[in-house]
Design a protein around this ligand. Structure first.
Ligand code: ADP
Ligand code: MG
Length: 621
């Protein structure tokens, strides 16, 4: 190489601007320079692979397609060698001296939008080849094209306005990047550092990346292969790799799509739900790749929040590699991926529920909560989520679960609503007053045993055209058997007595209840608390109370309904005349008992005292 043949050229003015920003910005994510350079090497290798297939005449045909990285700690250099297509002299000038290529262009257009915020923006973008100047005071690019007859050249620059190009004989095919690292970046001449970065960003690059003779990227990008070619153990190994897990996944979904988007996805449901086990909120666990290069790890944008328990990879071919984190947020493509993949996963769950019900139940027990969370927060997938919900019901064996579709399939003729009732346990519900009316009519009721359940139902509001109705509503309308109703009426207190009793009870209870009325729904229980406000159920009220800062917020009094066919209520009507003080105590006790059964009793102290008074009276007889 003689100076006579060394030519000095100026960078294009746009390039200068870019270089200036790259070099002078305090850029926290410097590591990504390596991702950019490895991606370029991989691109060049991919082009080479195609050319070889086309039977073209190619220089150094037998050279294996690899990327070789070497570090020289003392000299502070990092070298990246690929056996890709290489570059001719003209290509070196065009590709590295001007900004005509995708990555850096995106970067510059990003700059225009965020004028004055350079430092911020540079942290969010990859800047392609020029990223090398974030860590190097000089970059030398020795390259020889695959085209027979290319003598090979060295391109060299300190990134300060100009570069040189000179012949460089004796090269093999491909490109060798020699980075003379700055003092501040000398850690990139450390093997362990490089290994860590390669593993983080470039694990799935489809060509071997060798560091000191050892291949660093040993895990294959399984997602891009056809499922038929993949063994179960390979899936499990891959899962362990992406999820940092030690066990096997509970479920996996591997699919590819061309339309509306070119995506590959490989998603896993873990065995354990660590969030539920009390380990704190799960971080999203799906990584976003573009053609096997990592764009965002644990991205919270590519899937809805309620799918944060999933682990795995989504590879979207059409996503620009240099997309910023900011842009990920506003990117309509990302929003589409989000919707498409979430829908596909829900469809997969439905298939599991149908074809492998046991596996689905296992999933539901560990992760059903997330689907409920989705049902309360995500309008887009509401209907698919509703089909996946499972609950106990009055028609199920204890511990067994039914779906809303099961329920709908069993609805009685003329029944147009789906009923549910909350309670702390199955036993509490079944011994409480709310089931009376349904049992009598043989109507199924879904048991909502978890605090979130009533929010789910209230949010869904209907299932395939059937309204979802809480059984504690005051305005419940159930089909009436005329004969049976007439028979019951005969057994009740006479209307004037009943209404006078109710009126008096309201006087006794004062502000504690909104109304006291005669119930048509009760069979075995003397009284029931019902909700005059159709929106908030007792269970929801409990949650709201627990989460309101004052601890207890007043959600307004409820209605008390009395069963005027019940012996206690009948006796009460007489006791009121004979021994009013005792009758008053009993009225209050009835109200408290009903509140307890509704789960709304907050201050049991008075009740216990009163209870003793009543017992004392009973014992004295
Ligand atoms: P992009 O990769 O988005 O095109 P870069 O700034 O990363 O932008 O690279 C600019 C161009 O330089 C590439 O498009 C490619 O033509 C060329 N190039 C960079 N590195 C190599 C390489 N290792 N081998 C062959 N060509 C390369
Ligand atoms: Mg690039």
């Amino acid at each position: 190489m003689t100076t006579a043949t060394t030519e000095t050229l100026e960078f294009q003015s746009e390039t200068k601007k870019l270089l200036d920003i790259v070099i002078h910005s305090l850029y926290t994510e410097k590591d990504i320079f390596l991702r950019e350079l490895i991606s370029n090497a991989a691109d060049a290798l991919e082009k080479m692979r195609h050319l070889k297939l086309q039977e073209q005449e190619v220089f150094d045909r037998e050279a294996p397609l690899t990327i070789n990285i070497t570090v020289a700690e003392k000299e502070h250099t990092l070298t990246i060698l690929d056996t890709g297509v290489g570059m001719t002299r003209e290509e070196l000038i065009k590709n590295l001296g001007t900004i005509a290529h995708s990555g850096s262009k995106t970067f510059l257009s990003g700059l225009d939008q965020g004028a004055g915020k350079e430092v911020n923006i540079i942290g969010q973008f990859g800047v392609g080849f020029y990223a090398a100047f974030m860590v190097a005071k000089r970059v030398r690019v020795q390259s020889r094209s695959y085209q027979p007859g290319d003598p090979g050249h060295e391109w060299s620059s300190d990134g300060a306005g100009s570069y040189t190009v000179a012949p460089c004989p004796g090269l093999h095919r491909g490109t060798k990047l020699i980075l003379e690292l700055t003092e501040a970046a000398k850690d990139y001449a450390n093997q362990e550092t490089i290994k860590r970065i390669v593993k983080q960003y470039s694990s799935f690059v489809p060509f071997p990346i060798k560091l000191a003779g050892e291949t660093v990227n040993t895990v294959q990008a399984l997602w891009a292969k056809s499922p038929a070619e993949i063994k179960d153990e390979e899936y499990t190994d891959f899962y362990k790799f992406v999820a940092n897990a030690y066990d096997e996944p509970l479920l996996r979904l591997h699919f590819s799509a061309d339309a509306p988007l070119a995506i590959h996805a490989l998603l896993f449901v873990p065995k354990e739900n660590f969030e539920r086990l009390g380990f704190g909120r799960l971080e999203p666990g799906v990584n976003l790749y573009c053609q096997k290069v990592l764009i965002a790890s644990h991205s919270d944008k590519i899937l809805p929040e309620w799918l944060r328990f999933l682990r795995g990879v989504i590879d979207a071919e059409d996503l620009p590699l240099n997309i910023s984190r900011q842009a990920l947020q506003d990117n309509s493509l990302v929003a589409k991926i989000n919707k498409v993949v979430a829908s596909r996963f829900l469809k997969f769950l439905e298939e599991q529920a149908k074809n492998r019900p046991e596996a689905y139940l296992e999933f539901w027990k560990a992760f059903g909560f997330y689907l409920k969370e989705g049902a309360t927060t995500d309008f887009t997938h509401r209907e698919a989520l509703a089909r996946l919900l499972r609950f106990e019901s009055s028609a199920s064996e204890p511990g067994a679960l039914v779906s809303l579709a099961d329920y709908a399939g069993r609805m009685q003729e003329g029944q147009t609503e789906i009923y549910y009732i909350n309670g702390q346990s199955r036993l509490a519900i079944e011994s409480g007053p709310y089931l009376d009316a349904f049992k009598k009519r043989g109507i199924e009721v879904i048991y909502t045993l978890e605090p979130i359940d009533d929010f789910v139902f209230s949010h869904l509001s209907e299932f395939e055209g059937q309204k979802l109705v809480s059984a504690d509503r005051a305005d419940l309308k159930l089909p009436e058997d005329k004969e049976a109703a007439a028979e019951e009426a005969a057994n009740r207190l006479e209307a004037p007595v009943a209404s006078s009793l109710a009126k008096w009870m309201k006087e006794v209870l004062g502000e504690r209840v909104k109304e006291v009325g005669e119930s048509k729904r009760l069979v075995d229980s003397p009284a029931i608390i019902v909700n005059p406000d159709g929106f908030m159920t007792a269970s929801m009220e409990r949650v709201m109370r627990a989460s309101s800062p004052e601890g207890m917020k007043d959600f307004g009094p409820k209605n008390l309904e009395i069963n005027t066919g019940h012996q206690l209520i009948k006796d009460l009507a007489e006791l009121r005349v004979k021994d009013e003080p005792l009758a008053r105590l009993i009225v209050e006790q009835i109200c408290d008992n009903a509140l307890m059964q509704a789960g709304l009793m907050t201050e049991p102290r008075l009740m216990v005292e009163r209870n003793y008074q009543i017992m004392a009276r009973a014992a004295r007889r």
